[in-house]
Design a protein around this ligand. Structure first.
Ligand SMILES: Nc1ncnc2c1ncn2[C@@H]1O[C@H](COP(=O)(O)OP(=O)(O)O)[C@@H](O)[C@H]1O
Ligand SMILES: [Mg+2]
Length: 702
């Protein structure tokens, strides 16, 4: 995998810098001190690991709100874009996209958070931790985790990381756990097999009886059938008897009903006879005479009543005549006094000398005339009233005189009482006459009833005979005995059914036992297979555990890698100096009582003297460091670029020549090489040179 582009925004002294890389391109970054060269290599490290020279927020270019670094990598056609940003609020964002879309579009790698994405970069993409990366691929100007300064045990781990064996301890623990589970499962399988074998043994004991249970079952079934037949027969007998008894009871009821009917007929006949007898005892002759007499007496009463009525009419007439008697008034005195009043008047009328023409005589004459008229009228009225009275009196004499009717009334009452008594007999006569029709009916009914009675009597005899016959038949069978027998059979049937149930359940158990044997045998077979598999797995796991143990593959790797690494380091070192190093994986403790494990570096000078690393000069240390980082980087095939930041500043000119030789060799090994240097010898090696300079505090590519 190689670099394609690097874009830096407001990171350290850079404002907006982009560098494009090509395959097999060796680039030299040049510029004055503080111009921003290291910022470029650091941008790549920060982009990949999020680690910089200070804490993240201080990496933002002064006065800006956020910094961002984007690096595009290429591996054949596959491209990966990693972008990391930090804001002044401290928010860190990491995004990773790859051109895995169907049309080559970039799709994000899905991970739950920043930590997981970081893990993806280190474990999947680079296959290198920050510590390994900075000790091999990209050696920074100042390296706090320098391989030579770290512990022997860390060095050994870094070596193992190169071959991906850094997780062996973890895998070893996991394998041990799996192995423990395997052993547990194995022992479980053994226990299960033992349990199943016991189950099979027990089941065989039951299954052995299968045929016996089957036979028992059959025998009982036959016996049950026999008993059931008997039960059926007895049931039939009981039914017959109850049928007979039912018939008898029916017939008896019928007989009673018929006897009752006969009795009813007798009663009716008796009543009829009594009715006839009562009729015959009636004295119809006397009753008839009484009725005739009553009729006679009624004639008499009619006559008396007529006489009374006529007398009453006469009385009424007399009363009416009396009421119309005319009144006779006496006007004699009135006439006399009127005559007296006339005398003076007549006298006065003749005394006037003017005679009839006298004006005083005319009214007197009128008065005289009036009084004379009065007298004449009253005289006439007295005469006519007298005549009317005479006529009334003549009529009165002609009216019939009224008799005394008291006697007549007394006679009438006596007669009426007698008639009431006599007329009692009229009812008797009427009833007697009416009974004639009833008598005919009674006679007719008597005949019918007699016939009915005879028939009923015959039927009663018939039913009685039937009853006797049925009773005779029913007496033949002993119902109690039959019931006892039936109960006995039923009890035995019950018993047999219980036996059958038991036989069936025994049989079912035997069948089940057979199934259990089959199932358990199959299970044992499976378990044995599992056990066998667990055994082989266990053996493999045991081997794996051995392989993963500190004495296993790890030791082999270390034993294999260490001489190779030592040879490479000394190869490179040989091009720059007379020093050699020796790598050891074990070292005696200070008290020399035990051995320490790790990767120990011993430096040997040209006089074959062994001296500790710390006692060498700065330049010598640089050479050793360069040699180690080159050797480590050459072991990491997956990464095709290399970054070096002025790590050779303190080398003398002879060593610089040697370093140039080393670089030349490196140029062939790595497709991409990015070197920061201001040494002319180094610069001369590079065709492509990028010049960085700072203008107004901002780093720029010129
Ligand atoms: N946050 C920052 N903002 C702007 N400039 C910075 C920031 N931090 C460091 N610098 C400056 O960046 C410059 C570049 O440093 P560096 O890349 O290490 O230079 P060199 O070219 O010597 O490697 C230095 O002068 C440093 O002061
Ligand atoms: Mg620098």
């Amino acid at each position: 995998m190689i670099l394609k582009t690097l874009t830096i925004k407001d990171f350290l002294s850079h404002e907006n810098t982009t560098i494009s890389f090509k395959e097999n391109e060796k680039i030299l970054l040049d510029g004055k001190s503080g111009s921003g060269k290291s910022s470029i290599t650091e941008a790549i490290l920060w982009g990949l690991f999020g680690k910089g020279r200070t804490e993240n927020r201080s990496l933002i270019r002064r006065g800006e709100k956020s910094a961002a670094v984007s690096i595009k990598f290429a591996d054949g056609h596959a491209e990966t874009l990693i972008t990391r940003t930090v804001s002044d609020t401290g928010k860190n964002v990491l995004s990773i996209t790859q051109n895995t879309g169907s049309k080559g579009q970039f799709i994000a790698i899905q991970r739950t958070g920043l930590k997981d994405l970081q893990e993806w970069i280190e474990q999947v993409f680079l296959r290198a931790s920050y510590e390994l990366f900075t000790n091999s691929v990209a050696y920074p100007q100042e390296n706090e985790n320098s391989f030579v300064k770290t512990t022997a045990s860390r060095r050994k781990d870094l070596l193992l990381e190169i071959v991906g064996a850094e997780n062996f301890d973890k895998l070893y623990d996991q394998t041990r756990n799996i192995l423990n589970t395997n052993k547990l499962e194995s022992s479980n399988a053994v226990t299960k097999i033992e349990v199943l074998e016991t189950i099979i043994k027990d089941a065989k004991g039951i299954e052995k009886e299968h045929d016996i249970y089957k036979k028992q079952n059959e025998t009982i079934s036959v016996e049950i059938e026999k008993q059931k037949l008997k039960e059926k027969d007895l049931d039939k007998q009981v039914n017959n008897i109850s049928n007979l008894l039912g018939q008898i009871s029916d017939k008896k009821s019928l007989k009673i009903a018929k006897v009752l009917s006969a009795e009813e007929i007798n009663n009716q006949l008796k009543t009829d006879q009594e009715t006839v007898k009562n009729h015959e005892s009636i004295d119809i002759k006397t009753a008839t005479t009484n009725v005739e007499e009553a009729t006679n007496l009624q004639g008499k009463t009619t006559k008396i009543e007529k006489e009374i009525r006529e007398n009453a009419i006469a009385q009424e007439k007399i009363n009416a005549h009396l009421a119309n008697k005319p009144a006779v008034n006496d006007y004699t005195e009135e006439i006399v006094s009127t005559k007296k009043r006339l005398v003076p008047l007549v006298k006065d009328s003749g005394s006037c000398p003017a005679g009839d023409d006298c004006p005083f005589v005319a009214p007197i004459k009128g008065q005289i005339e009036f009084l004379k008229d009065q007298i004449a009228q009253k005289t006439e009225r007295m005469k006519s009233e007298k005549i009317a009275l005479e006529l009334w009196e003549q009529d009165y004499v002609l009216l019939v005189p009224v008799k005394d009717t008291k006697d007549l009334y007394t006679q009438l009452e006596g007669l009426k009482d007698k008639i009431i008594v006599l007329l009692e007999s009229e009812k008797i006569v009427t009833a007697y006459n009416l009974f004639e029709e009833t008598l005919i009916e009674i006679k007719k009914r008597e005949l019918e009833l007699d016939l009915k009675k005879k028939r009923l009597m015959a039927e009663i005899v018939l039913v009685e005979n039937q009853i006797q016959k049925l009773e005779k038949e029913s007496v033949k069978s002993d119902i109690n005995q039959i019931n006892i027998d039936l109960a006995k059979i039923r009890l035995s049937l019950h018993d047999l059914q219980d036996q059958k149930d038991k036989a069936i359940s025994d049989l079912a158990l035997a069948v089940q036992a057979k199934e259990t044997i089959l199932k358990s045998t199959a299970e044992i077979k499976d378990l044995r297979k599992i056990k066998l598999k667990l055994k082989t797995d266990g053996e493999s796991l045991e081997l794996l555990k051995e392989a993963l143990s500190p004495r296993g593959v790890k030791a082999v790797i270390v034993d294999y890698l260490v001489p190779q690494l030592e040879e490479r380091i000394n190869d490179i070192l040989g091009q720059m100096s007379d020093f050699r190093i020796r790598l050891d994986t074990q070292k005696a403790t200070v008290d020399e009582e035990s051995l320490k494990e790790g990767l120990f570096i011993t430096v040997i000078n040209d006089r074959k003297e062994e001296l500790p690393f710390a006692s060498y000069s700065g330049g010598e240390k640089v050479k050793i460091t360069i040699a180690i980082s080159e050797a480590l980087a050459s072991l990491m095939n997956q990464i095709g670029f290399r970054l070096m930041d002025e790590n050779i500043v303190s080398l003398d000119s002879e060593s610089t020549e040697g370093f140039v030789t080393v670089l030349t060799a490196l140029q062939e090994k790595f497709p991409q090489l990015i070197v920061v240097s201001h040494l002319q010898e180094v610069k001369d090696m590079f065709e492509k040179q990028i010049m960085i300079s700072k203008v107004n505090g901002v780093s720029k590519i010129i």
